[in-house]
Design a protein around this ligand. Structure first.
Ligand code: NCD
Length: 305
């Protein structure tokens, strides 16, 4: 039995298999309509979510399965002081697979160690978000047709943005990629990601505060929201929140085949005027997330179609 806590638990071959499976689901959804019949997914979300939770639920329904979920974290026994370990043991009695989001880094890992069913990390604090990375990878694959030789700009809150940490880990395994890390000085990529992922694998990267200067060389621009809920004080958030705002004018300097991604939710960092630009693929990315979660559920439940 396998869980998914960190994207690196999937080999590059397994990522390729999940992408092929997602492509087959997109092409032949009817083949998969009953593949998780009588199976239940429990969504345990102790932090707000729109896309991740609903896409997991939609994924399970489209596979013919069912979903158990709590109205909110405040309505679960966690509010009475129950541990993550006990919650995981309990939910193992009711469901076949768990998707868990938690404000504490490592909580889904603790759940996986105690559950008798697979646990999927749906975001743990400012740490990791592997299934968002699966959505990002399918989007890059469909837009660019490759994971190699890309110049990837990551812009915004690189310190607290968990999607950025997982995506860098995933893309650092392919040859010839170059990262441009664009952030305010206070929100730079944590040194553990720089050391353990970029420097250890001798990946080429640059750091800058200037989005406009970096834009012309990028093949991919991954925008992120400043993660208000992880700040220690509101003043710092207010000062940093509008550090970057992507507009149609700024995009005039970008490549014609740039792909603009964003895990969403967007607050202010991409103006609505950009949405009509064919290079803006963040709503396609939302849909891709559902297909990759379908593929992942099939894999972890070991369902043969
Ligand atoms: C992201 C998250 O929760 O980390 N959202 C998502 O799952 N698509 C990004 C964010 O909240 O900024």
């Amino acid at each position: 039995m396998r869980s998914l806590i960190d994207i690196l638990e999937l080999s590059v071959e397994e990522i390729d298999e999940l992408i092929s499976l997602a492509e087959d689901i997109i092409a032949h959804p009817e083949k998969y309509r009953d593949s998780c019949r009588y199976k239940k997914l429990a969504t345990l979300f102790f932090e707000p979510s729109t896309r991740t939770r609903l896409s997991f639920e939609a994924a399970m329904y489209e596979l013919g399965g069912n979903v158990l979920s709590m109205a909110s974290a405040g309505s679960s026994s966690a509010a009475k002081g129950e541990s993550v370990a006990d919650t995981a043991k309990t939910v193992s009695c009711y469901a076949d697979i768990i998707a868990m989001r938690h404000p504490k880094e490592g909580a889904p890992m603790v759940a996986a160690m105690n559950a008798s069913i697979p646990v999927i990390n749906a975001g743990d604090g400012g740490h990791n978000h592997p299934t968002q990375t699966l959505a990002d990878l399918l989007t890059i694959w469909r837009e660019k047709g490759r994971f190699t030789g890309l110049t990837i700009g990551l812009c915004g809150d690189l310190k607290f943005g968990r999607t950025v940490h997982s995506l860098i880990s995933a893309l650092a395994r392919y040859n010839g990629n170059k990262f441009v890390l664009i952030s305010p000085v206070e929100l730079k990529l944590p040194s553990y990601v720089k050391k353990d992922v970029l420097q250890k694998n001798q990946i080429s990267y640059t750091q800058t505060t200037d989005l406009e200067a970096a834009l012309p060389e990028l093949d991919i621009l991954y925008m992120t929201r400043v993660q208000r809920e992880r700040f220690f004080n509101e003043e710092d958030y207010l000062r940093l929140k509008d550090s970057y705002i992507l507009t149609p004018e700024k995009l005039n300097k970008a490549k014609k085949d740039l792909a603009i991604l964003h895990p969403l939710p967007r607050v202010n960092e991409i103006s609505v005027g950009v949405d009509a630009d064919p290079r803006a693929v963040y709503f396609k990315q939302v849909l891709n997330g559902k297909y990759m979660r379908m593929a992942l559920i099939l894999k972890l439940l070991e369902v043969e179609v």
